[in-house]
Design a protein around this ligand. Structure first.
Ligand code: SF4
Length: 373
């Protein structure tokens, strides 16, 4: 089924999350088509730079990757990311092929002069389902201080408006780090005014250039997650967190205490999805990893079959089994719905199965053991 011109504005994905069995296949495949980018963001996971890598996948290799991904049932959503995917000359041929094969396609371009109104209209015409853009400040000064390129805020806000005018749904990604923490509520309110469809609040993982940006403390994280829950009650868009899966725990605790059945139902949709469990990442040179922020290479699409790697590689198998997690995440009563960020665990401890150190929660089992001592 081609989705070209086929998605209604703001339409939900045609395949609900509950249809996916994360042991058999991912729901989201992030394909980093290039690390080239004209921005110089302080937190860039890809440590992007202006030039393309000479060993990036060729057009034909990209088509072969799509053929392999099509063997997952149901088909995953593909997110073309970077760097700036617009820096890759084969982006549009790959999008066209993916849409024609029936994949749901999103694109995460950078807010640079390459992202014109014409390009956005082309995304819509090619059948892209959602545009994903980064806004890390509520004002030009605050956003551009993170992106390090003057004018980036204005370009991004223009791109959001152009996409919405063209009927292309928009997800906005916002970084939570020491320098953005106090501005996150202002960004949320700005997004209400802009009328976007989804907000992904991304908690800094200290990898790539992000190592030099300060992460927030676990206590600050908890307070922000609580604020997000309250904000989500009135926000006219969906809110998700990236690399702070314990938002599910916070929201579950609060919704249960309030007896908020509607909220509980909507929360259940995202349960269990995390790096390597429903998520798969392909790097610009074809490396297969559980996520962009969990850069442990488990194979390469040039030599390995991506379906086999996802289903059988010991790391992927372990990441999908919260009973194998160590420390408090391994005994936490929320481990199957939350499980913690495996990327945060890896970044801080070097072990992707360790506890997520960004979560303040003390699991019931540990609290009871401490009381009985
Ligand atoms: S302890 Fe681990 S599994 Fe439990 S809520 Fe925190 S991050 Fe999630």
């Amino acid at each position: 089924m081609s989705q070209r011109n086929g998605n209604g504005f703001g339409a939900p994905p045609p395949i609900p999350a509950k249809k996916y069995n994360f042991k058999r296949g991912p729901m989201l495949v992030y394909w980093e088509v290039t690390i080239a980018c004209d921005l110089a963001c302080q937190h860039c996971r890809a440590s992007a730079q202006p030039w393309r890598h000479p060993q990036e996948l060729t057009r034909e290799e990209g088509y072969r990757l799509l053929d392999q991904l099509a063997e997952f049932e149901p088909k995953p959503h593909i997110v073309f990311t970077g760097g700036d995917p617009l820096k890759h000359p084969d982006l549009f041929p790959w999008i066209r092929r993916a849409v024609d094969m029936g994949f749901l396609v999103a694109v995460t371009p950078a807010g640079t002069p390459l992202l014109t109104q014409e390009v956005i209209r082309r995304f819509k015409d090619e059948g892209v389902w959602m545009l994903s853009l980064s806004l890390d400040g509520s004002t030009p000064e605050r956003h551009d201080a993170v992106r390090l390129v003057p004018g980036s805020f204005k370009r991004t806000v223009n791109a959001i408006r152009w996409a919405l005018d063209a009927g292309l749904p928009v997800q906005v990604n916002s970084l939570v780090a020491a320098m953005t923490y106090d501005d996150i509520p202002n960004i949320g309110r700005l997004l209400v005014d802009l009328g976007v469809q989804r907000w992904s609040v991304f908690f800094l993982v200290p990898v790539g250039r992000g190592k030099i940006l300060g992460a927030v403390t676990p206590e600050q994280t908890e307070r922000l997650l609580e604020w997000l829950y309250e904000f989500s009650k009135t926000a006219p868009f969906a809110i998700k967190t990236t690399e702070a899966h314990h938002y599910r725990r916070v929201a579950l605790q609060k919704a249960t205490a309030e007896g908020n059945q509607r909220k509980l139902q909507s929360l259940r949709r995202g349960f269990g999805i995390r790096d390597g469990s429903g998520i798969l990442f392909i790097s610009h040179i074809g490396e297969i990893t559980p996520a962009g922020f969990l850069p442990i290479v488990t194979g390469n699409v040039r030599t390995d079959h991506v379906v086999r790697v996802y289903r059988e590689h010991p790391l992927f198998v372990a990441l999908r089994d919260p009973d194998q997690y160590k420390g408090k995440c391994g005994v936490c009563e929320y481990r199957h719905v939350c499980g913690g960020s495996r990327a945060q665990a890896y970044a801080y401890t070097g072990d992707p199965l360790e506890s997520d150190p960004t979560c303040v929660y003390v699991p019931t089992k540990l609290a009871e053991e401490a009381r009985s001592r």
